[in-house]
Design a protein around this ligand. Structure first.
Ligand SMILES: O=P(O)(O)OC[C@H]1O[C@H](OP(=O)(O)OP(=O)(O)O)[C@H](O)[C@@H]1O
Ligand SMILES: Nc1ncnc2[nH]cnc12
Ligand SMILES: [Mg+2]
Length: 182
C-alpha cells in the first residue's frame, strides 16, 4: 500500500475515541461510531476498506458481517464491490434453519448464528469493527467452515494487540486490521 493509504490510516486513528470503564469497569472501549459521525471520515474509512479488499482479497465472492457493528462495513463493502452480503447474528435473530456457535467476549459470552443457505465453496471475507479476544471472529470462522464455505480472511478496522485475538482464529485464517491499539 502507498503513502496516501498510510496517511489515511493515521487520520482515521486520530478520529477514534476511547472510553474508560465501558461497558464494565476495567474495559477501555474503542468507539468506532465516534469516528463515523463525521462524513469525511465515513468516506475515508470506506475507501480504506475497499482498497484493502481489492488488493488483498480480489477473489472474494461475499462479505460476512458480524452483528451489529460489523454490519456497518459488510453492506457498504458488498454494495461497492457488487458481491453478496451475509449476516452472522446473535442467537434467535435469523429466520429459517441456522447453525449456532457459543463464544466468549472480552466482557461476557454469547451465541452467534448463520443461516444454512450459504453455498458450499463460497469465497468469504469476515468483516467486523474490532478484534479483541478473537472470540467473535473465531465463532464466525467455525460457522462458515461448518457451512462448507471457504474463508479467505478476516478484516477489522481495529485490533487490540494486547489481547492477541489472532491466536484464537482457527484453520489458519489470516486476519488483517487497519489500525492497532495496545
Ligand atoms: O474479539 P472479541 O473479543 O470477540 O470482541 C470483538 C467483538 O465485540 C464487539 O461486539 P459486541 O459483541 O460487543 O456487540 P456489538 O457489535 O453489537 O456492539 C465488537 O464489535 C466485536 O464484534
Ligand atoms: N475494548 C473494546 N472496545 C470496543 N469494542 C470491543 N469489543 C470487545 N472489546 C472491545
Ligand atoms: Mg460486534
Amino acid at each position: 500500500m502507498d503513502s496516501d493509504y498510510e496517511n489515511k490510516l493515521i487520520e482515521l486513528k486520530s478520529k477514534i475515541k476511547s472510553f474508560t470503564d465501558f461497558p464494565r469497569k476495567g474495559i477501555l472501549f474503542w468507539d468506532i461510531f465516534s469516528a463515523i459521525s463525521d462524513g469525511n471520515t465515513c468516506r475515508l474509512l470506506q475507501n480504506l476498506l475497499v482498497q484493502t479488499v481489492r488488493v488483498k482479497y480480489p477473489e472474494v465472492e461475499a462479505v460476512v458481517g458480524l452483528e451489529s457493528r460489523g454490519f456497518l462495513f459488510s453492506f457498504s463493502l458488498a454494495a461497492e464491490m457488487g458481491i453478496g452480503c451475509i449476516p452472522v447474528r446473535k442467537k434467535g435473530k435469523l429466520p429459517g434453519e441456522v447453525l449456532s456457535y457459543k463464544y466468549d467476549l472480552e466482557y461476557g459470552s454469547d451465541i452467534l448464528e448463520i443461516q444454512k443457505s450459504v453455498r458450499p465453496g463460497l469465497k468469504c471475507l469476515i468483516v467486523d469493527d474490532l478484534i479483541a479476544t478473537g472470540g467473535s471472529i473465531n465463532a464466525a470462522v467455525h460457522l462458515l467452515h461448518d457451512s462448507g464455505a471457504k474463508v479467505l480472511g478476516c478484516l477489522t478496522v481495529i485490533e487490540l494487540k494486547s489481547l492477541d485475538g489472532r491466536k484464537n482464529i482457527p484453520h489458519g485464517v489470516p486476519v488483517h486490521s487497519l489500525i492497532e491499539y495496545e
